[in-house]
Ligand binder design. Structure first.
Ligand code: ASP
Ligand code: MG
Length: 402
């Protein structure tokens, strides 16, 4: 029987924390003799950001191949250190790079997709009785080049390995005790959730909650792999992300606040077939993720178009939007950084009408103006002034989470 465990950067941020994770792994191993352990690691907390900063300091145009070689070192360091720590505590362990672990990807540097997993080496090492530590977030292309899988993708490495190894369990450890009804550092009344569906967790990731990487949740959903999330610092039970909860789903299981987005508007856009495609295709080609698109009612053949992007993409987005606006004969391009997105997520919404109205009236009672609204079957997002974000979060949480 194989168990895959993934440890995030905060759990491995210092030598002491690495020793602590090693201790946990060794103790687990002694308790459960028959189980083979595959451990996937992130880089030590802050490392990937630091490496990207360094690269930006020496070059204005980062080249994917070199950047990937640079970033991959982060996970190589943490995997080796963890293997050393485990061995010094008396268990047998070996660290493997993504390439050595058989993670084969396409050639798209810095955002590679996993094409296949050749688990031969891992299985061999497990047979020798070793704990196998795999550097997450990285792989190798068919040309033998080191690739990385995108930010936060050591979660994805763990889920993919769990699937390929037919693992009994996939456990994701970080510095938080699980998934809460809202970020507990912002809402004191937030409660830990014992079980949540893949779809809710996906919406949460999309709404900016720091849960797990969205791609990893998607993959787990595709193969029906339950994900056990929890803290490496605590023995408390965490949250299971799985198909449908056994009990009846709550109306709202989670409230999120995202303060890292900006609103972009293109005014006086000709209301004609094909125009939206002409606007959003170049933005997508630039790798910018667009959210919450809203188009006003057409007046005299023209409409205004607004959407949100991550704040760090704002400058690039405006540049592209201005160019497109000129090409299609639209008016000005405006932006608003002073926004926050408050969302409610819950499977129970599917079968209970009136949830949106309840959310809007709570905001109204608190004197909070709504600038944009979007919905899905299990999510309602509102954009409000940034200064009202936390107040909105708390008021909405109080309304729906009892
Ligand atoms: N170290 C990588 C990052 O910071 C991958 C990960 O942590 O999941 O994005
Ligand atoms: Mg991470």
């Amino acid at each position: 029987m194989i168990i895959v465990q993934k440890y995030g950067g905060s759990s491995l941020a210092t030598a002491a924390r690495i020793r602590n994770v090693a201790k946990k792994i060794v103790a687990f191993r002694r308790r459960k003799k028959g189980i083979s352990l595959v451990i996937v690691v992130s880089a030590m907390g802050g490392t990937t950001d630091r490496l990207i900063n360094l690269a930006n300091m020496v070059s204005k145009s980062l080249q994917g191949r070199e950047l990937d070689r640079l970033l991959a070192t982060g996970e190589e360091v943490s995997s080796s250190l963890l293997a050393l720590a485990i061995r010094s505590q008396g268990s047998s362990a070996i660290s493997l790079t993504g390439a050595e672990a058989g993670v084969i990807t396409d050639r798209a540097h810095t955002k590679a997709k996993i094409l296949s997993l050749d688990t031969g080496r891992i299985r061999e090492e497990l047979k020798r009785g070793r704990i196998v530590i795999v550097a997450g977030f990285q792989g190798i292309s068919d040309e033998g080049e080191i690739t990385t899988l995108g930010r936060g993708a050591s979660d994805l490495s763990a889920v993919a390995l769990a699937k390929a190894l037919d693992a009994e369990q996939c456990e994701i450890f970080s510095n938080v005790k699980g998934i809460y009804t809202a970020d507990p550092s912002k809402v004191r009344a937030a409660k830990k959730i014992s079980q949540i569906s893949y779809d809710e967790a996906l919406e949460m990731a999309g709404c900016g909650a720091q849960v797990m990487q969205g791609r990893a949740i998607e993959l787990a959903k595709k193969f029906g792999i339950p994900l056990f999330t929890g803290s490496s610092f605590s023995k408390e039970k965490g949250t299971i992300i799985c198909k449908e909860p056994i009990v009846e789903a709550p109306l709202v299981s989670n409230v999120t606040l995202n303060e890292a987005e900006a609103k972009v508007s293109i005014f006086r856009v000709l209301d004609r077939p094909g125009i939206a495609a002409r606007i959003f295709a170049p933005i997508a080609r630039a790798g910018i993720n667009v959210d919450m698109i809203v188009q006003n009612v057409s007046k005299a053949g023209y409409t205004d178009l607004s959407f949100t992007v991550a704040i760090e993409e704002l400058e690039r987005t405006i540049k592209i939007a201005k160019k497109i606006a000129r090409q299609i004969g639209a008016g000005n391009v405006g932006f608003d950084k002073d926004v926050a997105r408050v969302s409610i997520i819950g499977l129970g919404m599917i079968s209970h009408p009136g949830v949106a109205a309840r959310m809007f009236s709570v905001l109204a009672k608190n004197g909070i103006n709504i600038k944009m609204i979007t919905t899905s079957e299990i999510k309602i997002s509102t954009v409000v002034p940034k200064k009202d974000g936390k107040k909105a979060l708390r008021a909405v949480h109080k309304e729906f989470i009892k």
